[in-house]
Design a protein around this ligand. Structure first.
Ligand SMILES: [Zn+2]
Length: 197
């Protein structure tokens, strides 16, 4: 069905091919399940991720002192993703950015037998009919934040604005908003500046 995404991954890498394009969120069923229910169909339909795959072949030194020629691909994916903020429970768009280089191996056994010192590169089992789309979706799923959160929640903004009459910046955060350890740390770091004013 999505034949444009199916490639001979060994050939792709060996010849140093580059492919890129945009994929719609609606073409990625596992990503769609992460979208909050409140996000409208039209907004989902507009959502697009950009991807780029670059193949490469290089000589790699092996543990026994010899070199072998191995194939690699680097996959980059970027784009905004609808998620539910875990602080205010409202949907927002999180910019996802991911770039991963994989060493292409022929089977699962080869992936598991790789020496430990090469573990910085992920092994990817190649195939002559490799589905780039499912790899793109996996990389996007891995790029999702563990705890999605607005940088600044709009709800916090609103309560500050209504409670302050233009003195927004000097109003302390609402006490019911339980700060994270990081926020508490940031507040500690900020306090000397406030004393200095
Ligand atoms: Zn929020």
């Amino acid at each position: 069905m999505m034949s444009e995404y199916v490639v001979d991954l060994f050939e792709f890498a060996r010849t140093g091919r580059v492919a890129e394009g945009d994929v719609r969120l609606t073409a990625l069923p596992r990503m769609l399940t992460e979208v909050p229910a409140e996000v409208a169909e039209a907004a989902r339909a507009e959502q697009v991720f950009h991807w780029r795959v670059e193949g490469a072949e290089r000589k790699v030194p092996r543990a026994d002192g010899k070199e072998s020629i191995e194939q690699f691909i680097t996959l980059a994916v970027t784009g905004p993703m609808w998620l539910e903020c875990q602080r205010c429970m409202k949907p927002y768009q999180e910019p996802l950015v991911s770039e991963t280089t994989f060493e292409i191996v022929h089977d699962e056994a080869a992936a598991e037998n790789r020496p430990l010192d090469e573990d910085e590169l992920e092994a990817l089992v190649g195939s002559k009919q490799f589905d780039l789309l499912s790899l793109i979706e996996e990389e996007l799923l891995l790029a999702l934040p563990i705890v999605p959160k607005h940088t600044v929640c709009p709800a916090v903004h609103d309560s500050l604005a209504t409670g302050s009459d233009g003195l927004t910046e000097s109003v302390p955060e609402p006490e019911e908003d339980k700060p994270s350890p990081f926020a508490a740390l940031a507040a500690l770091k900020r306090s000397p500046d406030k004393d200095g004013k």
